[in-house]
Design a protein around this ligand. Structure first.
Ligand SMILES: C[S@@+](CC[C@H](N)C(=O)[O-])C[C@H]1O[C@@H](n2cnc3c(N)ncnc32)[C@H](O)[C@@H]1O
Length: 218
């Protein structure tokens, strides 16, 4: 009897600890300006938070993926980030959190005029408008005009276009650079492309919306 009670106690304690840990992780997976290290970071995070509250996002990445974008970009000391699929600027602001620390620039493509206009407003509100170029138009065509060495690329637009984007971007990505793509479970041909190319190494971060992280080998 004593033995059974002890086991029940351990199971209960483990369950409670697990529940508390999950609650802590859930709380941490928010874009809290109170954790900002600088005023610039705080200003960006306030816009990020406000965008979610006021629902001025459109098919935007969830917070864990936003954090991943920021973390990878800052760790790569990226100077040039290219994003395909700006929407209203939410993921762009996560990139800006890294770029204000690395002194880098974001070039982001959006086909929809209304969303591109809202994104520009958000970048201005966050004080990062000088750090961002929003290119309006079809990225399949606009990418051909790009003359950049890319440190980090992020694909988050029309799913049918992912492989075309990859093929267009790859020659511009520096050796050691990263190609990120969102909602990868919806694009098996893209997953196949990045997992069967000997020049690439990929991992998949499925905490949020499904993010592939692909290294262009040196
Ligand atoms: C999933 S949303 C992007 C979300 C954004 N990355 C974020 O997290 O806030 C996809 C966006 O890609 C844009 N898009 C779709 N096809 C495009 C194309 N061919 N060229 C440029 N943008 C495109 C859509 O208009 C839409 O705003």
């Amino acid at each position: 009897m004593k033995h059974r009670l002890a086991i029940a106690g351990i199971v209960l304690a483990t369950g409670v600890a697990g529940f508390l840990l999950q609650a802590r992780v859930r709380e941490f997976n928010s874009a809290s300006p109170s954790l900002a290290k600088t005023e610039a970071e705080k200003r960006i995070l306030m816009v990020v938070e406000e965008m979610v509250k006021s629902q001025r996002t459109y098919l935007s990445v969830p917070v864990p993926d936003g954090k991943a974008l920021r973390l990878l970009t800052e760790a790569a000391a990226a100077k040039n980030v290219v994003e395909i699929g700006t929407s209203t600027g939410y993921s762009g602001l996560w990139f800006c959190l890294a770029l204000q620390a690395t002194g880098g620039h974001l070039t982001t493509f959006e086909i929809d005029h209304r969303r591109a206009t809202i994104a520009r407003e958000h970048f201005k509100q966050a004080g990062v408008e000088e750090m961002v170029t929003v290119v309006e138009g079809d990225a399949h065509q606009e990418l051909a005009k790009l003359k950049l060495t890319i440190d980090v690329a992020f694909i988050d637009a029309d799913k049918a276009g992912y492989v075309d984007y990859l093929n267009k971007i790859l020659p511009m990505v520096r050796p050691g650079g990263l190609i990120l793509a969102h909602n990868v479970e919806m694009v098996p041909d893209y997953v196949k492309a990045v997992t069967t190319n000997a020049d690439l190494e990929s991992i998949f971060y499925m905490e949020g919306g499904g993010l592939s992280v692909t290294l262009k080998k040196r």
